[in-house]
Design a protein around this ligand. Sequence first.
Ligand code: ADP
Length: 498
Amino acid sequence: TAVAEQAVHPAVREFVSGTKRLLIGGQWVNAASGRTFPTFDPATGEKITEVAHGAAEDVDRAVAAARRAFEDGPWSRTTPSERQRLIWRVGDLLLERAEQFAQLEALDNGKSVAVAQGVDVAWSADIFHYYAGWATKIEGRTITPSVPWIPGSQWHAYTLREPVGVCAQIIPWNFPLVMAAFKLAPALAAGNTVILKPAEQTPLTALLLGELFCEAGFPDGVVNILTGFGDAGAALAAHDDVDKVAFTGSTEVGKKIVDAAKGNLKKVSLELGGKSPNIVFADADLEAAIPGSANAWLFNHGQCCVAGTRLFVEESIFDEFTQGVAEFASQVKIGPGLDPTTQLGPLVSQEQLDRVTSYLRQGLADGARALTGGGRHGDSGYYVEPTVLVDVREDMSVVREEIFGPVVAAIPFSAEDGLAAAANDTEYGLAAGIWTRDISKAHRVAKQIKAGSVWVNCYNGFDTAIPFGGYKQSGWGRELGAEAIDLYTQTKAVNVAL
Ligand code: ADP
């Protein structure tokens, strides 16, 4: 198999040596159907291991386990400080096994093992530590009501912030572990129980994370992990005994989630696609803006919902700047994720390779010109050349649609006037970048951009404390920061006649 010849930690080899099972009610179990599916190493296309193929019947079992843990305890009786300690422990265990998690992520997803350890694992641990702290700080308010239509009356009102209940969380393959942390940590801090469905392309780190929850001492049924395909996600989104569904993935599937959730009007939060503008003014610090703007769409091989894939460059520096970005891109080291010197790994699957190369063919046929790249890299593994496209028009699919690969379309602009309208000319609204030395201009443009995150003189400037989410068709709700606690709590108002 894919792992046999590779230099991986013995614990990783051991982890992938057998069929991986579902975590339901604290037990590792086979799918009810007994079926499994393979997960592949995108650097070679070889199978890593088999994973339980969860479906509707397993969804029922997992939801029942989560419901029991929520209603009957012990989770409902766990104190905030006990929750804090449990969640903190998961962060610690992640750091203790950082190398194993990083290798498993590199193997299953294709990203560089150095990035997996330095970004994915480190950030995931930080997310658990951050939300561990929130468990003890979720508080209501006291209100002094007047009730003027009952003269002389006295009242005492307060709010309670209570967990939503049983939460289904469906995540994508681009940041498998980070997405699991985004979803699980705030939900658990707020006292919910969870069924997590990882993406079928990258189920492994979520399953290893499941082992940490057992080891940390979480009660049975609080965290359930159900591997499977879109049908399992659809069954979760439609389930009448699920109180909330949180989804990260494509806008297309996000709309299906909304439809499926209608039956019991479960709460829905969505983090969807993007086609984000990254704007470079002529007065920017180009030494920072060139690598920063290249990494805006190269990071994670362009498989980022926030990727800065529409590069707006002020006319007077357009040629110099796009050449600089193309040169940077042409020099990144392409290779398998497990090689620590790799900067750009393979895309996650054959399907993504086909999708990205077909966008490139279409863009070039439409008249775009590639300053560098333009197609597949090599003939084994799912590699794509980093590609900078110029001579694009706003109606081209490479400018309008989310490609999810290392491809950027560069667009010249001549004045601040009209720039925001061009940048906002997309159905999405997830993120944007602005590079300039003029702080007034930076704030002026930031205010006009319709996106949930704006980065000035940086890109991908994430932090656990900073809320994240989309305007327009990029989503509903905000994750990270205090906002994620809002997503996983509901407010009860109690008014007492004194
Ligand atoms: P991508 O296009 O990035 O592969 P998707 O939006 O297709 O992402 O998938 C993200 C997650 O949603 C995965 O876990 C996938 O299995 C799940 N999924 C796919 N289709 C559905 C659906 N109809 N309902 C619920 N979940 C789905």
